[in-house]
Design a protein around this ligand. Structure first.
Ligand SMILES: *[C@@H]1O[C@H](CO)[C@@H](O)[C@H](O)[C@H]1NC(C)=O
Ligand SMILES: *[C@@H]1O[C@H](CO)[C@@H](O)[C@H](O)[C@H]1NC(C)=O
Ligand SMILES: *[C@@H]1O[C@H](CO)[C@@H](O)[C@H](O)[C@H]1NC(C)=O
Ligand SMILES: *[C@@H]1O[C@H](CO)[C@@H](O)[C@H](O)[C@H]1NC(C)=O
Ligand SMILES: *[C@@H]1O[C@H](CO)[C@@H](O)[C@H](O)[C@H]1NC(C)=O
Length: 305
């Protein structure tokens, strides 16, 4: 499998993102809890080093996923999880995870709880045993700024058309990930008529989730996404246990697992063609939610808006 050149994405996005993509593994977001930092030479930092050496090696050996709820002993104990995107090969997975530990140590220095997201992988660790529960922690909606061509927020028919396309695609892709893929990873494309955009979708859960738990995790993201991504021609919802993404270009490797060419029982109206990008984008900061409010999280955003 060949590597996607960094500026592949930039053809469809902006120059600013191209700059970010000049290194192969660019941070999308990082979430650091800076409440309770650890000292440089503490047992916690030793455990974190142990985590970094074992996690990426184990993950590559185990097809892109590894978690360990108990490294070291309390109070310096660490729980950690890494996950590579289901379509990337082991060398991309390894490089991305290596990068994630380097980036976190530079950018969340001495945080005892942190999560970092990339296109191809994620890393999350904490001094709390967060892997006992199935909570999809550190959820972050990533809303780019471009609306579907023909989008009209005042026209319910247009609204419903785009919302139905996105919902149908992501629901099917999420069924694929939850019930039909051993790795809990699915991709798809919806292509109904020439007048509507072709939309690509991707869903992924941690492979140790049950089918039902995976589908419920994704359903929560779809539900929230349809509300806050209203009319966006692409976007993603990041989370440590499950994540999803859609866009009007093919952003994943390989052929889509599913192709949707019609929507049964519904005659989709054709949205009016009009200019794009004339409506404002939701403010990113106000759309970040579900992060633990009681803690002082620092969220760094690396995607331009
Ligand atoms: C978790 O890490 C500890 C310490 O490195 C190791 O002893 C243990 O076997 C690991 N557990 C799993 C499930 O990999
Ligand atoms: C999580 O599981 C470990 C054993 O794997 C247990 O010792 C710990 O008490 C559990 N923590 C919570 C919060 O349930
Ligand atoms: C659960 O998903 C696996 C593939 O990940 C599939 O083989 C199995 O049939 C599914 N089970 C149910 C009950 O859907
Ligand atoms: C979408 O469907 C049309 C008609 O079937 C086809 O000509 C076109 O190549 C498809 N586009 C993509 C990107 O699959
Ligand atoms: C999957 O796509 C079909 C159209 O091919 C649609 O009728 C169905 O409702 C979708 N499934 C879900 C769960 O949305």
């Amino acid at each position: 499998m060949q590597n996607i050149p960094p500026c592949f994405f930039a053809l469809f996005l902006t120059n600013l993102i191209c700059l970010h993509l000049s290194s192969a593994y660019n941070v999308l977001y990082q979430v650091c809890n800076s409440d309770n930092n650890y000292a440089g030479n503490s047992a916690f930092s030793t455990n974190l080093e142990q985590l970094s050496s074992s996690l990426s090696t184990e993950a590559v050996a185990k097809q892109g996923f590894y978690e360990n709820n108990t490294i070291g002993t309390a109070p310096d104990q660490i729980s950690g999880l890494v996950l590579c995107r289901g379509d990337v090969d082991s060398s991309i997975c390894r490089d991305c995870l290596d990068q994630s530990f380097t980036d976190l140590s530079n950018q969340c220095p001495s945080s005892n709880e942190a999560t970092i997201y990339y296109d191809f992988c994620l890393l999350s660790y904490s001094n709390q045993q967060f892997l006992n529960s199935t909570d999809n922690i550190a959820k972050i909606p990533n809303v780019p700024s471009t609306r579907f061509s023909g989008w009209d927020p005042s026209d319910d028919t247009v609204r419903n058309t785009f919302s139905t396309l996105v919902n149908t695609l992501l629901s099917n892709v999420s069924d694929q990930a939850a019930y039909k893929s051993r790795k809990h990873f699915g991709t798809g494309v919806i292509n109904i008529t020439a007048s509507l955009p072709v939309i690509y979708g991707l869903s992924q859960c941690v492979p140790d989730f049950s089918n039902i738990t995976c589908r419920a995790c994704l359903e929560d993201l779809i539900y929230q996404m349809l509300k806050i991504f209203d009319g966006q021609q692409g976007g993603r919802f990041l989370g440590v246990r499950c994540n999803l993404r859609y866009d009007i270009y093919a952003f994943f490797y390989g052929n889509p697992d599913i192709q949707i060419g019609s929507i049964s029982g519904t005659v989709l109206p054709t949205p009016r063609a009009s200019g794009k990008g004339e409506y404002s984008t939701p403010d990113m900061a106000s759309s970040i939610f579900h992060l633990k409010k009681k803690k002082s999280w620092n969220i760094f955003k690396f995607i331009s808006s």
